[in-house]
Design a protein around this ligand. Structure first.
Ligand code: HMG
Ligand code: MG
Length: 311
């Protein structure tokens, strides 16, 4: 049953991260053809922004070492296909293949900046500055991720001012959009609202902010609803709840796209996603990976025949 709630956006754009955030964390490497099929099925299910891969160092993330092979297999799809670039070398690789959307990824904490990028926070911002400038000069859309916005496995809770500083720096560089990462899934709704208000006070408007929740403590949907109530309209999610981060112990799966779509449909919020096709895609992907999806919605709906399966 659809029952709208007051003061929520009419439409949400889902930034699908399963093929990148999900698969970067798999123990085994998924074959390139399976990744390409996953992206195609996600597009077929109505997702319009599908993060495809990362142009990071292949030794750091071997699961995504096939970025050069994968990207051309999916680049003709009529969807936005952002890719992660950690530095100038990553941007060169992405632009050479015609990528039109790139994402740099910063950290609000020193410990994760070191673990994830082998740099201090300021060193990594200095690396990103010319990357963002060149990407903008080339006409690309640039997203700036900020990880560890709420808590950090080494440093504990993260002061708001640290997060705001990094967000403001990425905006000043020219990032079109920010994504606030709860990398280890410790956020709760009041904390989310407090961070969003702090960002607004420091001239970071809500309309450039996306949210990226992991579901470690089962709070991802509650945190998302709080963000929507604040006016956020871009939500990151991962089909089937795949995901984590190989460089952050205790990071578990992302908010499952199906769980998000179920809630948004119930609220009457348009996403353009066909939930049946999406569930069928995650059931198919779970078969490829050899284990069931952790998404409650995939488990609930995955047993009933889906239109996609019948074709
Ligand atoms: P480094 O070892 O300091 O690299 O790693 P370097 O700059 O010293 O270069 C060393 C060698 O690597 C050089 O080669 C470079 O050319 C090469 P050599 O001259 O020795 O032959 N190199 C590269 N090769 C290919 N592609 C590149 C590249 N860069 C350098 N892009 C580096 C620094 C940033 C490269 C490394 O730390 C790295 O790749 N890190 C990526 C980590 C990562 O992907 N983490 C997961 C994504 S973040 C995340 O999941 C969080 C998020 O989901 C949000 C949330 O949940 O919070 C986004
Ligand atoms: Mg993540």
């Amino acid at each position: 049953m659809v029952v709208p709630a007051p003061d929520l956006p009419a439409r949400i754009r889902i930034h699908e991260v399963g093929a990148r955030d999900g698969l970067q964390n798999e123990k085994s490497t998924v074959p390139t053809a399976v990744k390409a099929e996953f992206v195609r099925r996600l597009a077929d299910a109505g997702l319009t922004t599908i993060e495809a891969t990362s142009f990071v160092h292949p030794k750091w993330v071997p699961q995504l070492a096939d970025a050069e092979e994968l990207f051309p297999l999916v680049s003709g799809l009529p969807v936005a296909l952002p890719v992660l670039v950690p530095n100038a070398r990553g941007l060169d690789r992405a632009l050479a293949l015609g990528a039109r959307r790139v994402a740099v990824f910063a950290s609000a904490t020193e410990s994760f900046a070191k673990a994830n990028l082998n740099r201090t926070v300021d060193e990594s911002l200095a690396v990103f500055e010319p990357v963002v400038r060149r990407a903008k000069d080339e006409g690309a859309h640039v997203r700036g991720y900020v990880s560890m916005c709420f808590g950090d496995p080494w440093e504990g809770s993260v002061p708001l001012h640290q997060v705001v500083r990094v967000c403001a720096a990425l905006r000043d560089m020219g990032c079109d959009e920010l994504s606030l990462g709860d990398t280890i899934g410790v956020a709760t709704p009041g904390h989310v609202l407090e961070l969003l208000s702090s960002l607004n006070e420091q001239a970071v408007p809500t309309n450039v902010i996306g949210v990226h929740f992991h579901d470690t403590y089962g709070q991802a949907l509650a945190n998302t609803l709080a963000a929507l109530q604040h006016g956020v309209t871009v939500v990151d999610a991962s089909a089937g709840g795949l995901g984590g981060c190989p460089f952050a112990k205790s990071a578990t799966g992302n908010l499952a796209t199906e769980d998000l779509v179920w809630m948004l449909q119930g609220l009457g919020i348009d996403t353009g996603v066909d939930l049946g096709r999406l569930v069928a895609t995650s059931v198919w992907m779970a078969d490829q990976l050899g284990r069931p999806s952790p998404s409650r919605t995939v488990r609930a709906l995955g047993r009933t025949p889906q239109p996609h399966k019948e074709q």
